[in-house]
Design a protein around this ligand. Structure first.
Ligand code: A2P
Length: 280
């Protein structure tokens, strides 16, 4: 191997990484794209191993070499399951063991990827319904970007709503994609016409839709803005995916239970599912 092929992450050389990946039964994948949204948020893509299958909305473990072992964290896959690469959306935590290093990723670096994706934010864990609400805060948006671009989602639901709540407007990552690009996409532009709503809310700055999504649902603003009847989720027709912080998930779960929705799982589909947005 020539010296310039020995790309490294941190101080590890490619052969060292390959050996660790082999011993630990991990994939070792090349980084192909990195995008920084803000000082605290970034996204990146790696090559998808041939034979790596996942259901839209699942998460996987990714990471770096840390001394004599891999340091791995759970990341929801942003990409739909038909895409050739795997995309992830991450916070940058200055003192975070993984993200403090991961934020310096460059194209050509290598990352470990675990072999088995898993998760509950999958449409298989939901009973059929009419409207799919995907309600997320921060990097909890990630799995919804995958589910949105799965043709099966559109077979199963008539209407899709994605809400994204962040502190400041600039943290609305993927906003341009959800507001504009997806509507001009060759496949999804037509499929989503009049059937998809992106509903961003900002809690600590000026914005057209201000406040926590939980408050906007409860006080009826959300239903008004969307032209929905009543400010309750209908257990017969509404299906909900929730992804955010622990506090957000438990507040949503409480509200949805009050509205008569039951939590689903892979083994027992229900009317809502939730998963914590992972922090690296
Ligand atoms: P807030 O600014 O009112 O705390 P964080 O950056 O802390 O993960 O939060 C991301 C977004 O999620 C913020 O806009 C935050 O609002 C909102 N949020 C945090 N906890 C909850 C909750 N329990 N219910 C609804 N929204 C929440």
């Amino acid at each position: 191997m020539s010296a310039n092929m020995e790309k490294s992450v941190g101080s590890a050389t490619l052969p060292e990484l390959q050996e660790m990946a082999e011993t630990r039964k991990l994939y070792l994948q090349r980084v192909t794209w990195v995008h920084h949204w803000t000082n605290g948020l970034f996204s990146f893509q790696i090559e998808r191993p041939s034979g790596f299958r996942f259901r839209s909305g699942e998460f996987v473990m990714i990471g770096l070499k840390d001394g004599d072992r891999p340091l791995l964290r759970a990341y929801s896959i942003v990409s739909p399951n038909w895409e050739e690469h795997l995309e992830f959306f991450s916070v940058k935590v200055p003192e975070g063991p993984l993200t403090s290093r991961l934020q310096h990723l460059k194209v050509g670096d290598y990352l470990f990827l675990s072999r088995k994706p898993t998760g509950t934010l999958v449409i298989d864990a939901l009973k059929p319904g009419q409207r799919l609400f995907m309600v997320g805060t921060g990097t909890g948006l990630a799995p919804f970007l995958s589910v949105l671009r799965d043709p099966e989602t559109h077979d199963k639901f008539d209407e899709i709503i994605i809400t994204h709540t962040v502190r400041e407007e600039q943290e609305l990552a993927y906003r341009d994609f959800l507001e504009n690009e997806i509507h001009t996409d060759e496949i999804f532009g037509e499929l989503l016409r009049d059937r998809f709503t992106y509903y961003p809310t900002v809690t600590r700055g000026n914005f057209k839709t201000r406040g926590r999504i939980t408050d906007r649902i409860q006080d009826g603003d959300f239903a008004n803005d969307l032209g929905l009847i009543g400010n309750r989720f209908n257990p017969q027709t509404a299906r909900v995916m929730v992804c955010g912080s622990m506090a957000f998930n438990s507040d949503m779960s409480r509200m949805l239970t009050e509205h008569g929705l039951e939590e689903g799982s892979n083994s027992k589909p229900g009317s809502y599912v939730l998963e914590r947005a992972f922090v690296g």
